[in-house]
Ligand binder design. Structure first.
Ligand code: MSP
Length: 521
């Protein structure tokens, strides 16, 4: 993507019925890493996240806690969801709440538009509803309950009984869009990623789309249907609109046209909403569909999707308090193939922290900077003639930048990190072979020592830039220790491999351990 392009990326908006766990944080970190990468490549970047606050699930939680739904939502947003962004260092450009006035305004405008165009009609609805999913279930989605629900049909995701609903509702003519959606998937194969999610969605649509019930009249915690105040909008229909109401839909055309369409990251469990209902809604309103919908995998704990309702939820701060924010971000982005499920375990986190962050990267940075301090009083030496080994380092760095950027463009974050890590491995091997501590013993090898340490430090400079979207705190410390003029955030990522940016004579600082040893409890 050439510099200056628009890159709008959005996370799903999170239900405020409960506090965040590491599954939610996972989506946030992935979106933030991609946003930081693009921002630092010069793209016109916008990262949106937020909270989904209407619907029966939130209403029931609030009632159970003896407060109004708005009071409940305010409490959770301020005490849990906004603080999460600090805990895991998310640099979002906006935070939308579905209780924001701007959202309500945009939702009503959108509905009027679809109503006037004849895409909404009134009808009788009868079906099964799972409040946990906030979704109507088809008989095939239900399974036989066990334990206290034995003999009943339950939701396969929440293992709880569904509720039978019979109401007069408004419907969205989703069935009109079946063929247009199939054409979209066909002509734009990257619209839904990865392949496994794409196939599942295509399969689903090929079975035939029904019209979608988009209003509820049995409770009022939602946005009113503009022409019928006895109904509120179905929470999913309303929530999906956040991606456009947040960027000025119907209010600020300049901002809207500058940002839309978006790259949308979602968990694979909600890919269908985003790859079927959402583009159909946009088509009905004559708006462009998202650039792509990427369904990432689940974090598994003990082999099951981690979830609060099944009591396997782990709070992000449980990890960051011990290992730090950068380790959290790095671990989930490197250990799990983005797009596939990944098992979380404390042992794996601990082992990777030690091997990759502490010994692999942190130690490399400390050693190189300590040697320049010891042998050159912290003043970066100039390189003399480059040997084959030095040139090899330069090539590895240049290739890593190209590969990492290509991987990030296709949202393969783990591959980008693997490409960047070739520099860490190369530099560690280089130092072992070049033995600067031996070169430092004789005057005759002083020039060679300077070249070796310059090469290693220049490699560290590129690493600091390339890793800054993933581990912003550690790379900021490293950048300060390298003593280079200018902020790290102003360094263009795609130029990180241009050799020779570190200027001989630069005064370095010192560097504390970036990833200190962690005492196991
Ligand atoms: N509110 C809806 C989304 C509306 S978007 C218009 C919702 N909220 S959620 O809070 O239940 O989930 C938000 C995201 O967290 C989803 O993308 C979901 O896939 C993700 N995760 C929840 N548990 C997860 C894991 N165990 N692992 C990875 N992601 C998980 O759905």
């Amino acid at each position: 993507m050439p510099a200056g392009d628009s890159f709008y990326i959005a996370t799903p908006i999170f239900y405020v019925n409960d506090v965040p766990h590491i599954g939610h944080a996972y989506t946030e970190v992935a979106a933030d890493v991609l946003a930081r990468w693009h921002r630092q490549s010069g793209d016109d970047t916008w990262l949106l996240t937020g909270t989904d606050e209407h619907g029966q699930k939130i209403l029931r939680t609030a009632v159970a806690n003896g407060v109004t739904p708005k009071e409940w939502a305010d409490k959770l947003v301020n005490s849990a969801w906004k603080p999460l962004l600090e805990t895991i260092n998310i640099a979002n450009d906006d935070f939308i709440r579905t209780t924001d006035e701007r959202h309500e305004y945009g939702v009503k405008l959108f509905l009027e538009k679809l109503y006037d165009a004849g895409f909404i009609y009134q009808g009788e609805f009868e079906g099964h509803y799972c409040v946990g999913c906030e979704e109507y279930k088809q008989p095939g989605d239900l399974i036989e309950g066990t334990g206290e629900y034995a003999g009943q049909q339950v939701c396969a995701i929440h293992s709880k009984p569904v509720e039978v609903l019979k109401e007069t509702n408004y419907f969205f003519r989703m069935s009109d869009f079946e063929q247009r959606l199939l054409d979209l998937y066909e002509t734009n194969p990257n619209f839904i990623q990865p392949e496994s999610v794409r196939n599942e969605v295509i399969q689903f649509v090929k079975q035939g789309l029904r019209d979608l019930s988009i209003s509820r009249s049995s409770f009022d915690w939602g946005i009113q249907i503009p022409w019928d105040d006895k109904h509120v909008v179905y929470v999913w229909f309303e929530a999906l609109l956040n991606y456009i109401t947040a960027i000025g839909y119907g209010v600020d055309n300049e901002q809207f046209n500058r940002r839309w369409p978006a790259t949308q990251l979602v968990g694979k469990d909600i890919a269908r909403f985003h790859a079927v209902i959402w583009p159909a809604m946009l088509m009905a309103a004559d708006l462009p569909v998202p650039t792509r919908v990427f369904g990432h995998g689940w974090l598994l704990v003990g082999g099951e999707k981690m979830s609060k309702s099944k009591l396997t939820g782990i709070a992000p701060s449980d990890i960051t308090d011990t290992f730090g924010v950068d380790a959290f971000r790095y671990y989930f982005m490197s250990a799990i193939n983005f797009g596939q499920d990944g098992s979380f375990s404390w042992e794996d986190l601990s082992a990777r922290y030690q091997a990759e962050l502490a010994n692999g990267f942190g130690n490399l940075a400390s050693r190189v900077i300590a040697m320049i301090n010891r042998y050159y009083d912290g003043v970066v030496p100039g390189p003399a003639a480059y040997s084959d080994a030095d040139v090899h380092v330069q090539l590895v760095v240049a290739d890593a930048v190209t590969e990492a950027d290509a991987a990030m463009q296709r949202l393969a974050i783990h591959e980008a990190l693997a490409a960047i890590w070739t520099i860490v491995d190369e530099l560690n091997g280089y130092i072992t072979l070049q033995e600067p501590w031996v070169l430092a013993k004789k005057d005759e090898t002083r020039e060679r020592l300077g070249t070796v340490l310059y090469t290693a430090a220049e490699g560290l400079r590129s690493l600091a830039v390339l890793l800054s979207p993933v581990i912003p705190d550690a790379t900021t410390k490293l950048w300060a220790a390298l003593g280079i003029d200018g902020d790290l955030s102003d360094q263009t990522i795609t130029d990180a491999g241009i050799w020779g940016r570190l200027i001989a004579g630069t005064q370095m600082g010192t560097l504390e351990a970036l990833f200190p040893r962690i005492e196991q409890p």
